[in-house]
Design a protein around this ligand. Structure first.
Ligand code: PLP
Length: 362
């Protein structure tokens, strides 16, 4: 059997009629930049997430930048985040000339350990940026309480978690600003780069809408230093075709995850989802101490795997200037040696999951 990790081809074939029609409509109208599909999508995203404002943009990376620009993050401000995430979380903090301050993770959820945040706060701290890794929100109640106590903002990097929930809210409807990515392999992906910023704060929403078009409030009049950060109309049209299917896709991912866990729980370290949360299952990630051998065995049997992420951010060359060293964040370091993501997408069949788990259990 040959297993597809993300199954993007099959996904397109499933929604082809609607996607093609939507793309064709954009081509016929030639409304490539900020066409009505962009606004239509934003209203649909607001409805889906419960957030008052959904503002689409060019990527999940730019969504983080726009969030920090709207918050007026200044050079030397400190933002607390996790070292066990994709580079963009901390890279965007550094691009703002602010300082990423790392706090280690919980070993079971891989999310920032909220109980370690307070000791990392200084008089320069401006915000906390939890990342909803692999699709599960971090402990937002504790994080928000710390933020309120110290007068800090919360920016949720929800690039991997669109549609996940914490208590009764989606994680796009939490924090001061929440972001997501529509990168093709993300749970809700477009067919190129794309992202969105979510907020219930009218002032932030107003600023972000200007920031994504070069800070202009009126054509060729620029209130802020902004960026070219819009979502293409064609990508919005693709997402509009896909969004109605997304609740079913989330349910399918949940079912795949459950099948994996039921079959692997006794033999391997399977993901832990806290009882007050749901995951969007961007990844189904197990922990093993013989990763290379396991990956090789799976590969020999036609099963692709991935490592998210092999080196924590505090040890990356680009962050040498932060003067962190091996041993500073031991839980992240251990996780980066052990994590292995299995194929995860809405179209994996029960038979395929059984095949994968059978090989894993041999
Ligand atoms: C946690 C996290 N943050 C940010 C991003 C950036 O998103 P994009 O690739 O859309 O720029 C990603 C993408 O992989 C991510 O996983």
């Amino acid at each position: 059997m040959n297993i597809d990790f993300a199954n993007l081809q099959l996904q397109y074939q499933k929604y082809k009629v609607d996607i093609d029609a939507n793309i064709k409509a954009v081509l016929n109208k030639s409304n490539y930049i900020m066409g009505e599909e962009v606004h239509e999508l934003e209203r649909a995203l607001e409805e889906f997430t419960g957030a008052k404002h959904a503002i689409t943009c060019s990527s999940g990376t730019d969504a983080l930048l726009l969030a920090m620009m709207a918050m007026d993050i200044q050079p030397d401000d400190e933002i607390i985040t996790t070292p066990f995430t994709f580079i963009a979380s901390a890279e965007t903090i550094a691009l703002m000339k602010a300082k990423p301050v790392f706090v280690d993770i919980e070993s079971d959820t891989f999310n920032i350990d909220a109980n370690l945040i307070e000791i990392a706060i200084t008089d320069k701290t401006k915000a906390i940026m939890p990342v909803s890794l692999y699709g599960q929100p971090a402990d937002i109640d504790i994080i928000q309480a710390i933020a309120d106590k110290h007068n800090l903002k919360v920016i949720i990097d929800g690039a991997q978690s669109f549609g996940s929930t914490y208590n009764d809210k989606t994680d796009s409807n939490l924090g001061d600003i929440s972001t997501t990515s529509f990168f093709p392999a993300k749970p809700l992906g477009c067919y190129g780069d794309g992202g969105a910023v979510f907020t219930n704060n009218d002032e932030y929403a107003k600023a972000i809408k200007m920031m994504r078009v070069h800070g202009q409030n009126k054509r060729y009049y620029h209130k802020y230093i902004g960026m070219g950060g819009r979502l293409d109309t064609i990508q919005a049209a693709i997402l509009l075709a896909k969004l109605p299917h997304y609740p079913q896709e989330l349910a399918n991912r949940q079912q795949v995850a459950q099948l994996y866990t039921d079959a692997l729980f006794d033999t391997l370290q399977t993901p832990v989802i806290r009882s007050n949360r749901s995951s969007a299952w961007a990844q189904y990630t197990i922990r093993v101490n013989n990763r290379d051998a396991l990956q090789a065995k799976l590969k020999d049997n036609g099963i692709p795997t991935a490592v998210h992420y092999p080196m924590p951010l505090h040890l990356q060359e680009c962050f040498q200037y932060l003067n962190c060293k091996q041993g500073d964040f031991p839980i992240s370091e251990k996780a980066s040696n052990e994590v292995t993501s299995l194929p995860m997408n809405s179209f994996l069949t029960e038979e395929e999951v059984q095949y994968i788990t059978k090989i894993l259990n041999i």
